[in-house]
Write a protein of this length. Structure first.
Length: 334
């Protein structure tokens, strides 16, 4: 089932979520094989890449979760570093004496557990601002279940390092893998384009449904006149309450009518546009970047810098220098 998932996901396109999802599905298939020593031994030398994929599995799952929730346009190689790190530790442990290997495997499992805890944090914190309804209903619970399973495996393997094989848990692990594979197939084999961040209709050619037009007018007024996006910590629930609309109606409008997959991205587009204008203004030449970040609604400098770089392709400081040094009749670069 996991191998079939890899083929199905990869066949749908080349988005970062699809690429990492396909590779992780292969790693999940490899992990399943490694749980049966006879099956692994039957592969002979071909079992080495299977073992390697299994060892890197937690890192690949982490990368998949970040891409799936992050809606990134490009796959950043840095997101694959944890998988490579786990693989490197595993290879060294396999070649080391037993005493050294035990410590290395302990480190490997602890790092994998930390990655899974971060996945759970990403799933939890990103769920409320997720505007893709299919993703909110299905993906979060499934990823959370997979992360909990991986955490449990890491805990058992740590105990096994000092107390011997936990053969009594083998049947439970097998049942858990079966459930995960079937649940993954139910969610992902349908290959809903919305789940993987497929190229959507450009925002400028989207049409707001007639039933949503009154709400759209109130939303634009709140954005353009009241500039609610400047409020730190603004949530879609808070905005819906201010507009006097059910949250799921506002979510549908922003996603289906305006073309945004994430509420933070919806707000950040306005925030970064305002930051660009402030940074390009000679009157603000001595104003600290952090001050401008707070004025446009960011709670700290780090997420502002990261978001600005993703949208503008430059750091705020570099963009300011370029904008202020341009000729009067030469507009700042976007």
């Amino acid at each position: 089932m996991f191998a079939l998932l890899a083929l199905r996901i990869a066949a749908g396109g080349r988005s970062p979520a699809r690429l990492t999802g396909a590779v992780f599905s292969l790693a999940a298939a490899a992990h399943t094989v490694t749980q049966s020593r006879p099956a692994l031994e039957m592969l002979g030398l071909a079992g080495l890449p299977v073992w390697a994929a299994s060892v890197a599995g937690a890192g690949l799952f982490w990368a998949f979760a970040l891409e799936l929730f992050g809606d990134h346009a490009r796959l950043a190689p840095v997101r694959l570093l944890p998988a490579l790190g786990l693989l490197g530790i595993g290879v060294i442990a396999r070649l080391s004496p037993d005493d050294v290997a035990r410590g290395l495997w302990l480190t490997h499992n602890l790092l994998g557990a930390l990655l899974m805890i971060h996945v759970l944090v990403v799933v939890w914190t990103g769920w409320r601002g997720d505007l893709v309804e299919a993703r909110r209903r299905l993906r979060g619970p499934l990823l959370a279940l997979a992360a909990v399973y991986t955490l449990a495996v890491a805990a058992v393997q740590i105990v096994e390092l000092y107390a011997g094989p936990a053969t009594a848990l083998s049947f439970l692990a097998a049942v858990s893998l079966l459930i995960l594979s079937l649940a993954s197939g139910f969610v992902f084999l349908r290959d809903d384009p919305q789940l993987f961040g497929a190229q959507s209709v450009p925002q400028q050619v989207r049409r707001v449904a007639p039933r949503d037009e009154p709400l759209a007018q109130r939303l634009m007024e709140a954005l353009d006149q009241q500039e609610v996006w400047r409020e730190e910590g603004l949530t879609i629930g808070g905005l819906a309450q201010r507009l006097g609309a059910p949250e799921h109606h506002l979510r549908r409008l922003i996603n289906e009518g305006l073309g945004y997959r994430n509420f933070a991205a919806f707000l950040n587009e306005r925030r970064i546009a305002a930051a660009k204008a402030a940074l390009a203004d000679p009157a603000n030449a001595r104003v600290a970047v952090s001050v401008i970040a707070f004025e446009v609604g960011f709670s700290s400098l780090a997420p502002f810098n990261r978001t600005f770089r993703e949208i503008a392709g430059q750091t705020p400081t570099a963009w300011r220098l370029s904008a202020l040094s341009s000729k009067p009749d030469d507009p700042p670069r976007n």
